[in-house]
Design a protein around this ligand. Structure first.
Ligand code: DGL
Length: 288
């Protein structure tokens, strides 16, 4: 099998420096991308993160490609206006359906979460058969199957549309959520067996799902992949490549948060995803 390949770094804005950390825009349709920010925070000294959750237009996962691309591009442009020099699309749906539109619209490097997740699965899977759970739009795009095929893996994808609203509701440990997870994953196991696959790895193909990792791991015996850590490593690698990672003396990373809907809800739910309190969230109107 070939090694996974990730997009090369090319940028006109990132320059070598050691006096300040890079400004990194992190985007998700809602709170899920905070699971990626959580992994990023300790990884690059002095980085300044600008996080946007497009909560007013969430969910992206049930919308068309044209709508997802329009929302994602306007969100990416907003992050650039706030000074972002590198964008992390911490949303599988936007990564699957809009990454090329975003790359065409902004003059900074853009990294999605699909290749990093598949790359991690490639390192984990012995059988070469992997399973992916994601939103409807991500599954219909077959972005995971395409990326998996490129590295010699076979992926079976399943849409789990009830999981995002359950997570957004904060029903992480709720018996209803456990039952929904059980029904989805037993269906997926049956589909894999009917297709003659021997899966050993399950990719969480939506940035909301890492919060459900404990219940998922109680339900199945597959290795579970969350792309957050792999994405953080890849951001560090790409920034180090252009000399944009300062030494630790610049201090800790900082963050600024924006949401397109209720800031109170963002602070309350966001803390659960980020694993630490969120002091301030700024409201932004990106239109419809
Ligand atoms: N967090 C998004 C993802 O990773 C899903 C949420 C949505 O449907 O907007 O796909």
């Amino acid at each position: 099998m070939t090694e996974p390949s990730l997009p090369a770094v090319s940028s006109t804005t990132l320059e070598p420096r050691n006096t300040r950390g890079p400004r990194i825009g992190v985007f998700d349709s809602g709170f899920g991308g905070l699971t990626v920010l959580k992994a990023l925070l300790p990884s690059i000294p002095g980085a300044h993160y600008i996080y946007l959750g497009d909560t007013a237009r969430l969910p992206y996962g049930s919308k068309s490609q044209a709508t997802i691309a329009r929302y994602a591009v306007s969100s990416a442009r907003f992050l650039l206006e706030q000074g972002a020099e590198f964008l992390v699309i911490a949303c599988n749906t936007a990564s699957a359906l809009a990454i090329e539109d975003i790359r065409a619209a902004v003059p900074v490097p853009v990294l999605g979460v699909i290749e990093t997740g598949v790359s991690q699965a490639r390192l984990t899977s012995d059988s070469g058969d992997i399973l992916v759970i994601a939103t409807d739009a991500t599954v219909e795009s077959h972005a995971y199957s395409t990326a998996s095929r490129k590295v010699g893996l076979t992926a079976l994808e399943k849409a789990c549309p009830l999981l995002v609203p359950l997570v957004e509701e904060g029903w992480i440990d709720h018996p209803v959520t456990a039952e929904v997870v059980r029904i989805y994953l037993s269906g997926l196991a049956a589909e894999a067996s009917a297709a003659g696959l021997t899966p050993d790895t399950l990719v969480l193909g939506c940035t909301h799902y890492p919060l459900l990792r404990p219940v998922i791991e109680r339900t199945v015996r597959w290795s579970v992949i969350d792309a957050a850590e792999a994405t953080a490593l890849e951001v560090s690698r790409q920034l180090a490549f252009v000399g944009a990672v300062p030494n630790a003396s610049v201090g800790k990373a900082t963050s600024r948060f924006f949401a397109t809907d209720s800031v109170a809800k963002f602070r309350r739910l966001g803390a659960m995803f980020l694993g630490q309190p969120i002091e301030e969230v700024e409201l932004v109107d990106l239109g419809g």
